[in-house]
Design a protein around this ligand. Structure first.
Ligand SMILES: C[S@@+](CC[C@H](N)C(=O)[O-])C[C@H]1O[C@@H](n2cnc3c(N)ncnc32)[C@H](O)[C@@H]1O
Length: 493
């Protein structure tokens, strides 16, 4: 999985507050004193902090083993080279799903409220999500996989934990002759992520190395998935789930996975690679979900590259989902995105309080010099929003500009002010029935008051849009920009 190099000064979302490690990161010294098998992997840096060598697969595997044992009472192991999960990171995804299930955006499964049932696509030898979900929250799981070694070890990891054995079924995905075999290129030890986790909180930790984006993936965009079935053909007739989750094989081949000498979390080609990379894998999940529809309350997947979010959200629109939610998972130097969607009709619409308060706004521009007419101001408003990525319709007869911001563009351009932040952790996007409601549409009108004074009015057109809460801040920014341009000599726009 790729990671994202982040600017240290940038404000980061934090680890999920329900995560066991949010307040108390793993204490290597304590773990070493309690577990002799972990002790040889711990050393002390000059500042006296206990550390482990993240480039040593045996060290990262032993850390995961003792964390699962110490904090979750789970017996766990994986063979050499298999993908080794970092427990705090994986816990964030589980808690996000917990939030989705407990939110009242879509109806809960009233009949089976106490029996949550999840489907982990590609559970891996480590079987980490079913193990965490079952032990932390008592959830039932089906964990699927195609790889023999994954199926064998996932089952072993379940069987070695009698307290949750009843909750987890490991299901083999049957490959048909029409599917392409997974790539056979073996590079021995490989990196699955460009991440370096440093639980010690030491300031001088190194930034993550971002593996290069596969060039041909970028150029060619989406390639069709030709691998084994993912949901359709694996889910049985009449089966219902509260959610599915997936940490997909992200890369097209092992070369493209990029090798990061700073970490060693294992990961075989079967675990890391699928034809077309994560985009094609998740696109197939979306296509399957459009057939399976209400068999799942929530469909979710992890995404390794933010650049894939936009096209995947467009795909979701195409297939007519009712709700899309995204989140960012951040832990240490690791950054991923979560994408969730549903076909169930939303129970409520998310409208930020500011929308209810302010769907029309206005301001006066005074002291405008003679050479600037109302038409000039109107055209400036149009070009201001066009440059920000909106589409605009100018009417010079009525002195009106109609502005439409597309939500996906806002995400891609990283303009958080256009997105309605429902919690600190997630950006919520609700696409309700109509096609308009996931856009932000407003009308700006310019009125001549007296020479040198204009009134600028803004009126929100679709108040139910989930991102309409951003209207007032956008309008305030317009005011600032126009004042800078026309009322002083500062050229802001
Ligand atoms: C990146 S690993 C994730 C393993 C584990 N869930 C984790 O988070 O560490 C992806 C897994 O998906 C499996 N896989 C690939 N194609 C699959 C398919 N069509 N259905 C189910 N699993 C698949 C691989 O064998 C591999 O175990």
């Amino acid at each position: 999985m790729p990671s994202k190099k982040r600017n240290r000064k940038e404000e980061r979302p934090t680890i999920h507050p329900k995560n066991k490690y949010s307040e108390n990161p793993p204490d290597f010294a304590l773990l070493a004193s309690l577990y002799p098998s972990f002790e040889p992997f711990v050393f002390y840096s000059r500042d006296g902090r206990p550390r482990i060598d993240w480039t040593d697969f045996n060290a990262t595997r032993e850390l995961t083993r003792v964390l699962l044992l110490h904090d979750h009472a789970l017996n766990w192991w994986i063979p050499d080279g298999q993908l080794c999960p970092t427990v705090p990171n994986r816990s964030n995804y589980i808690h996000w799903i917990e939030d989705l299930l407990s939110s009242d955006i879509i109806p809960s499964n009233v009949a089976n409220k106490d029996k949550v049932r999840g489907f982990d696509i590609g559970t891996g030898a480590n079987c980490i999500y079913p193990l965490l979900g079952a032990s932390l929250l008592g959830w039932n799981f089906v964990g699927s996989d195609v790889a023999e070694v994954a199926l064998e070890w996932a089952q072993r990891n379940v069987n070695n934990n009698p307290q949750i054995v009843e909750l987890i079924e490991i299901r083999k995905v049957e490959t048909s002759e029409n599917t392409l075999p997974l790539e056979e290129s073996h590079h021995g030890e490989s990196e699955y992520s460009g991440n370096k986790l440093d639980f010690s909180g030491n300031k001088d930790r190194e930034e993550a190395t971002l593996p290069p984006l596969p060039l041909d993936l970028e150029v060619q965009g989406h390639r069709n998935y030709h691998g084994p079935p993912i949901l359709l053909g694996v889910i049985r007739d009449g089966e219902k789930f509260d959610f599915c989750m997936c940490n997909p094989p992200f890369f097209e081949n092992m070369e493209k996975a990029g090798l990061n000498p700073k970490t060693s979390c294992g990961g075989t080609p079967e675990e890391m690679v699928c034809p077309g990379g994560e985009k094609s894998f998740i696109t197939r999940i979306i296509e399957d979900s459009a057939v399976l529809k209400d068999s799942f309350r929530w469909y979710t997947s992890m995404i390794g590259r933010k650049s894939n979010l936009k096209s995947l959200i467009s795909k979701l629109r195409e297939v007519g989902v009712t709700i899309v939610k995204t989140t960012e998972f951040v832990q240490g130097q690791t950054c991923r995105w979560g994408l969730a969607w549903s076909f169930l009709p939303p129970v409520r619409k998310i409208v930020s309080p500011s929308v209810r308060e302010k769907s029309t706004m206005s301001f006066m521009l005074e002291g405008i010099s003679r050479q600037h007419s109302a038409l000039h101001v109107l055209q400036t408003i149009e070009s201001y929003f066009c440059r920000g990525g909106a589409s605009c319709k100018l009417n010079t007869l009525t002195f009106v500009v109609d502005v439409t911001y597309n939500q996906c563009d806002a995400i891609q351009k990283n303009e958080p002010q256009l997105l309605d932040k429902a919690t600190n952790h997630e950006l919520v996007k609700e696409i309700s029935d109509g096609s308009l409601s996931n856009n932000l549409c407003f009308r700006v009108s310019v009125f001549q008051q007296i020479p040198g004074t204009l009134l600028v009015k803004g009126a929100l057109q679709h108040k139910d849009s989930p991102i309409s809460g951003s209207f007032s801040s956008i309008f305030q920014k317009l005011e600032e920009a126009l004042r800078g341009r026309f009322c002083t000599n500062k050229r802001l726009i």
